[in-house]
Design a protein around this ligand. Structure first.
Ligand SMILES: *Cc1c(COP(=O)(O)O)cnc(C)c1O
Length: 221
């Protein structure tokens, strides 16, 4: 299957479920992204700042760029002028730096809080209690140039569908809970980014609104 075929097939599958497709193009050449673009894809995700900046410069300007990987505070300035959504905010310090760089660029930057749901030690993210602590803090309330759009989570890399479903279920339940508690009046808190190539169907079953797919579109890395 070509990239074009994959995009067309996924788009029709995801449109029915009302789920946004982020084409995760890390390590892939510009020509592959161009093919996806020509097939109608406009949302691309990368996990490294330098690669993201280079691809942004090389490709059409109506692409929405998402950062899906871990972000270091000292690299925020490179993506602040154009980034559409940062999926991986996992500290107040990082959020404050995004706010500062957004202000410099006279814009508001959308982001998701990355929540730790996996049964693995290496994954980044906040615990459920840390998310609540952040949302309640005075420092959070002071940030005017960032806008929270929702949550992101990565499930454990396992063959157990039961475990993956449980992790997505927990995140979906938490998402609903904090929507009710903190964002009832804000209809922009609407994004639950969960699901990658191996588990996106389970994620959609469990309430995902945005999936991040790499190898399903572009082939193995
Ligand atoms: C690489 C990556 C993806 C896409 O992974 P695939 O398994 O290729 O679909 C999704 N999310 C994040 C955070 C990634 O780093």
């Amino acid at each position: 299957m070509s990239i074009t075929d994959n995009i067309k097939r996924l788009k029709s599958e995801l449109d029915i479920a009302n789920v946004t497709l982020v084409a995760v193009s890390k390590t892939k050449p510009i020509s592959d992204l161009q093919e996806a673009y020509d097939a109608g894809q406009r949302v691309f995700g990368e996990n490294q700042v330098q690669e993201l900046v280079e691809k942004h410069e090389a490709l059409p300007k109506d692409i929405e760029w998402h950062l899906v990987g871990h972000l270091q505070t000292n690299k925020v300035k490179y993506i602040a002028p154009f980034i559409s959504l940062i999926h991986s905010v996992d500290s107040l310090k990082l959020l404050q730096e995004i706010n500062k760089q957004a202000e410099k660029n006279k814009r508001v930057i959308d982001y998701l809080l990355q929540v730790y749901i996996a049964d693995e030690e290496t994954k980044y993210g906040l615990g459920f209690d840390e998310v609540i602590e952040l949302l309640r803090s005075e420092e959070f309330a002071e940030l005017k140039n960032v806008r929270i759009r929702g949550l992101m989570g990565i499930a454990t890399n396992t063959d157990s569908e039961k475990q993956i479903k449980e992790e997505f279920y927990e995140l979906d339940t938490f998402f609903d809970g904090i929507t009710q508690s903190y964002f009832r009046k804000e209809d922009t808190f609407d994004t639950l980014s969960m699901g990658m190539s191996s588990d996106y169907k389970l994620a959609i079953e469990m309430g995902s609104t945005m999936v991040r797919l790499g190898s399903t579109i572009f082939g193995v890395r």
